[in-house]
Design a protein around this ligand. Structure first.
Ligand SMILES: Nc1ncnc2c1ncn2[C@@H]1O[C@H](COP(=O)(O)OP(=O)(O)OP(=O)(O)O)[C@@H](O)[C@H]1O
Length: 702
């Protein structure tokens, strides 16, 4: 397939780059010959060069264009290892339970804790049920004929039974607490595990995912997910199953000791209670989803305003932010109230059903006592058992509602967990001990969306130890090249190679160990300066951290701070100056000692004095390593071996013709003649505020 491959010489239109071009010209302009181009690493291996042309006009810098038959490459990649239990497709109880169980199974204490907790549960329920049985005995003793009542033996036995009834209640309550103590670590560790694994998963997801998410909303999901998992575990293991077991015991006892009809009433009451709870709670689930959505939006808004505090204050937009937050809270409040109304209806209905059940049982046993077919003890037993079961029943209603909410909350968790990284990880590890890398970028085309191509066929190469400058107007795709080099995205076509390995075949860990970036805007952790520097290599010794700080010319500035290296840098490093932040980034890079160093306008925030100092640091850092410098300033790139421009894109370039070659030669000639004074890269239209092109020359704008 014949395609254009653009190799750009950017300097022709950059006035102050002229002296640099002179220094580069002997090496760089050699590329302008077809033969050297064929031999150039910029041309894909196996690709045939069919033609060559130069181009430059008002809108483009010099472009050396070759028609090549492009070579395609493929890469082997492996999936990121799954570290989470596979998230279920939906958040139903049947699918969620095995998931929660798998999460809990990671805790080695699961089996014994669960066994002990279940034994305690059975004993506590049994002793709880023993209370009403003891009361029945005591009542039956005490309700006998007066002469017998006052016999000392009877009295002693009745008192003993009453004491046992009270004790059984106390024992039941204590065992309950003990059971929670035994279980609590298990619930907490399951919640922690889901939190840790979710965060780990989120941090593995692509940049594209993070650009679409709001931090505030993510933190809410993270928080709810942990709570929900614990709730589900507790609800199922310690409420639903035990309550069902207890209910069965109660019904058996009632049928055996009181009457089958009473047991039937209790069962019917339970059935009505559960059915009503399920229906109302299902209706509440939809509003719960809406409540969650609005809560995420409101939290996201607040976090966004706080993160952008300075901008908010500078534009005096506090009221605007508060107003927007208030509007979201208002909607949240309204939807919450709808949910609360349903909740109140649920509570009231549950209480009514229980009361009707208790009244029916009491009325029936009361009539039977009056008729003499039942004893007072039977009535006390029936009452006691119903009270015994109504407590867990009420709790069960509450927990079921909580469970439904937890399931709704887990939907967001599962949606995130089922989001797979779009970039498949490779499995090849680069040699970590070499110093520089061989870099080879072959005709990459890329756009963040199909609607717009940002890079239209960029190629360049660097041998180990060489440096490349990438220049171009704002928005022309310089930082995008960095993102591709870090494999935050894959190119639409073409490929990037490090040490002759396609980036897609490399393990991301190895790639990111190989590369260090000194970014345009350094964002720091809200921790000490020491922590922020050591972040470049957390296992570094103190001496190494201080040494890196000295190499980055940061040490003296830190020493002058009252708290020195213990200085807290504030949210995103706001308490440090732009230059100090960039020096922290450079110190990190020194510490990391990368094979490939990328500086994305690393000195853009600095005055010329500080810039000179930092450039010296960068030069030392760059020694022996392969470097990519993105810069607007001449000072940053004048030491580079090659210069690449992203300024125009291939698809917008007309075919090479003689006129363009003439223009390019003119530009080169003017460049060599020392006419350009500024070091500002012209913008997309081929001009900057101070210069324009007239008669094939760049001249000061009038
Ligand atoms: N995540 C993204 N999604 C969509 N478009 C993006 C994204 N990131 C960057 N862009 C767009 O891609 C284009 C190139 O951006 P890039 O950051 O690479 O430019 P740049 O040359 O580094 O600019 P500058 O010199 O201003 O930093 C810009 O028009 C930008 O709006």
């Amino acid at each position: 397939m014949l395609q254009h491959c653009a190799l750009r010489r950017p300097c022709e239109r950059m006035p102050r780059l002229q002296p640099i071009l002179r220094s580069f010209s002997s090496q760089q302009l050699r590329l302008a010959s077809l033969n050297s181009l064929r031999a150039s690493p910029w041309i894909p291996s196996g690709a045939a060069v069919h033609g060559l042309g130069f181009g430059s006009n008002q809108h483009r810098p010099l472009v050396i264009r070759a028609r090549v038959a492009q070579a395609h490459s493929s890469s082997g990649a492996k999936e990121n290892g799954a570290i989470l239990p596979e998230p279920p497709a939906d958040a139903g109880l049947r699918t969620v339970l095995p998931y929660v169980w798998n999460l809990a199974a990671g805790d080695k204490t699961l089996s014994w804790r669960l066994a002990v907790a279940l034994v305690l549960l059975v004993i506590s329920k049994a002793s709880g049920l023993a209370g009403p049985v003891f009361f029945k005995r005591a009542m039956d003793n005490l309700s006998q004929a007066p002469a017998q009542v006052f016999s000392t033996k009877n009295m002693h036995s009745a008192v003993l039974i009453l004491v046992l009834a009270a004790l059984s209640k106390a024992v039941s309550a204590m065992l309950n607490e003990l059971r929670y103590l035994v279980f609590a670590p298990l619930g907490q560790s399951t919640g922690r595990r889901v939190g840790v694994q979710l965060l780990e998963h989120i941090l593995r997801l692509d940049l594209a995912f993070h650009l679409e998410r709001q931090t505030g909303a993510l933190t809410r999901i993270l928080d709810r997910a942990q709570r929900s998992v614990v709730n589900i575990f507790r609800a199922v293991v310690f409420t639903f199953v035990p309550t069902a077991v207890e209910l069965a015991f109660v019904c058996l006892l009632l049928a055996q000791q009181v009457s089958g009809l009473v047991a039937g009433i209790v069962l019917t009451t339970f059935g009505a209670y559960v059915a009503y709870t399920v229906v109302i709670t299902s209706a509440a689930a939809a509003s719960r989803k809406e409540v969650n959505k609005l809560e995420n939006l409101a939290t996201g808004k607040a976090v966004d305003a706080l993160l952008n505090y300075e901008t908010v204050v500078q534009f005096n937009n506090q009221k605007l932010e508060v107003h927007q937050y208030n509007e979201l809270l208002r909607r949240y409040q309204k939807t919450s109230l709808d949910a609360e109304r349903l909740s109140a209806a649920l509570n009231a209905g549950q209480a009514l059903i229980l009361a009707m059940g208790v009244a029916a049982v009491m009325a029936l046993t009361g009539m039977n006592v009056a008729r003499g077919t039942m004893t007072i003890g039977d009535l006390v037993l029936a009452n006691g058992l119903i009270l015994q079961i109504s407590g867990p029943l009420q709790f069960l209603g509450y927990l079921y509602r909580d469970l439904r909410q937890s399931l709704v909350d887990l939907e967001s968790l599962f949606a995130i967990l089922s989001t797979k990284p779009r970039l498949k990880d490779g499995n090849f590890d680069l040699n970590a001990s070499a110093i520089g890398v061989k870099l080879w970028v072959k005709h990459i085309r890329f756009g963040y969306s199909p609607a717009r191509e940002v890079l239209g066929g960029v190629s360049f190469a660097a041998d180990p130890g060489q440096s490349i400058a990438i220049v171009g107007t704002s928005g022309s795709g310089k930082s995008t090249i960095v993102k591709l080099l870090l494999r935050l995205y894959d190119p639409g076509s073409g490929a990037l190679y490090i040490d002759d390995r396609d980036l897609r075949s490399l393990s991301q860990t190895s790639l990111r160990n190989t590369v260090a970036v000194v970014p345009q805007d350094t964002v720091l952790f809200n921790d000490t300066i020491y922590h922020n520097i050591a972040y470049g290599r957390p296992e570094a010794t103190e001496e190494e951290v201080y040494h890196a700080s000295k190499q980055a010319r940061l040490h003296d500035a830190v020493k002058r701070m009252p708290d020195g290296y213990a200085t807290i840098v504030g949210e995103r490093g706001l308490k440090l100056s732009g230059g100090e932040k960039q020096r922290v980034a450079i110190a990190r890079a020194f510490l990391k000692s990368p094979r490939l160093l990328i500086c994305d306008e690393a000195t853009s925030a600095l005055d010329s004095g500080t810039e000179a100092a930092i450039l010296r640091s960068l030069k030392e850092l760059a020694a022996g390593r392969t470097c990519v410098f993105i810069a607007h300033r001449l000072s940053t790139i004048k030491h580079c071996d090659r210069i690449l421009s992203t300024e125009t894109r291939i698809e917008s370039s007309p075919p090479c013709d003689e006129e363009e070659q003439y223009e390019s030669n003119q530009s080169s000639a003017q460049w060599s003649a020392g006419q350009y004074e500024d070091d500002v890269v012209p913008n997309h239209e081929g001009r900057n505020s101070d210069y324009e092109t007239r008669n094939n020359s760049i001249v000061p704008r009038i």
